[in-house]
Design a protein around this ligand. Structure first.
Ligand code: CP
Ligand code: NVA
Length: 309
């Protein structure tokens, strides 16, 4: 079996992504019906974190447990990836102990090095560039809501950040329409935009890049937002808070969208900044089932990488 990694949605074909989502849905159903079969019995995974986490850590630990395997957490201070020890040394050492690595890093390049030097599957638990596990959970949530992803209009309001990149990737790979409204100077990375344009040509997705949240929510079926200040950007907090004020997802913005719109957020949210309490706790919000889908989506990913399902 050829080693596979899960570093970016962009690395996968439409049929591979649909397959992983199908496996995730099947495992979710199996869990609800009494429990999963131990398809990852004997498999182990190191969870390496350079940044804090609630969802990613707990959903990977529990997901592995439910599939009969073993996953354990390694804190930023313990590993000191690239600080206490060179990334390639961490990779080669862990490869002698475990079957896979999940890592949350600052520099995306560190994931690429972990994958190259470990020779075992590496899963991206968020980098400064993207967040593909989040996008898989987002896709699952949208499919559960609308019965499909193809043709669904997704409007991302806020920063052209890691979460936005992976959401745009999965939308354009699977034929959803993706628009983003961000303040000037907070665009998505050029390389992500040009890749998405290519994916959109194949899938038929429409892409819109705007600075006006009201323009893009007009036809939205999904409004999506994320923090204005990602982990590692704390020193820019004050200028970001100013720049993003017009990009708050509040009731007025939701009211400007079609009435059956759903609101998504990868969490953690900053209530009163990018999203109001009224919206996050209101009838359009799907943020909690979305967070729960991290568990199911990642079980699909682990089954695909480690059980060749
Ligand atoms: N959405 C997400 O990745 O959450 P955590 O940072 O809590 O893992
Ligand atoms: N964009 C956020 C996502 C957190 C899950 C960050 O990188 O901090």
């Amino acid at each position: 079996m050829k080693k596979k990694d899960f570093l970016s949605i962009a690395d996968f074909s439409e049929s591979e992504l649909i397959h992983i989502l199908d496996v995730a849905q099947a495992l979710k159903k199996e869990l609800k019906e009494g429990g999963n079969k131990p398809i990852l019995k004997g498999k182990s995974m190191a969870l390496v974190f350079q940044k804090p986490s609630l969802r990613t850590r707990v959903s990977f630990e529990m997901g592995m447990h439910q599939l009969g395997g073993y996953a354990f957490y390694l804190s930023p201070d313990e590993v000191g990836l690239g600080k206490r020890e060179a990334v390639k040394d961490v990779a080669m050492v862990l490869a002698g102990y475990v079957d896979a690595i999940m890592a949350r890093v600052f520099q995306h390049q560190h994931l690429i090095e972990l994958a190259e030097f470990s020779g075992i599957p590496v899963i991206n638990g968020l980098s400064d560039y993207n967040h593909p596990c989040q996008a898989m959970a987002d896709a699952l949530t949208i499919i559960e809501e609308f019965g499909k992803l193809k043709g669904i209009n997704i409007a991302f309001i806020g920063d052209g950040n890691n979460v936005a990149v992976s959401l745009m990737d999965i939308a354009t790979k699977l034929g959803a329409n993706f628009s983003i409204a961000n303040p000037k100077g907070y665009d998505m990375p050029e390389e992500a935009i040009s890749a998405a344009k290519e994916f959109a040509k194949l899938s038929g997705s429409r892409l819109v890049f705007s600075n006006d949240p009201y323009e893009i929510v007009k036809n939205a079926q999904v409004i999506y937002t994320d923090t204005w200040i990602s982990m590692g950007q704390e020193s820019e907090a004050e200028e970001r808070k100013k720049a993003f004020i017009p990009y708050q997802v509040n009731q007025k913005l939701v009211d400007a969208a079609p009435k059956d719109v759903i609101v998504m957020h990868c969490l953690p949210s900053h209530r009163g900044q990018e999203i109001t309490d009224e919206v996050q706790d209101g009838p359009h919000s799907r943020v909690i089932p979305q967070a729960h889908n991290r568990l199911h989506a990642q079980k699909g990913i682990m089954a695909y990488l480690l059980a060749d399902l």
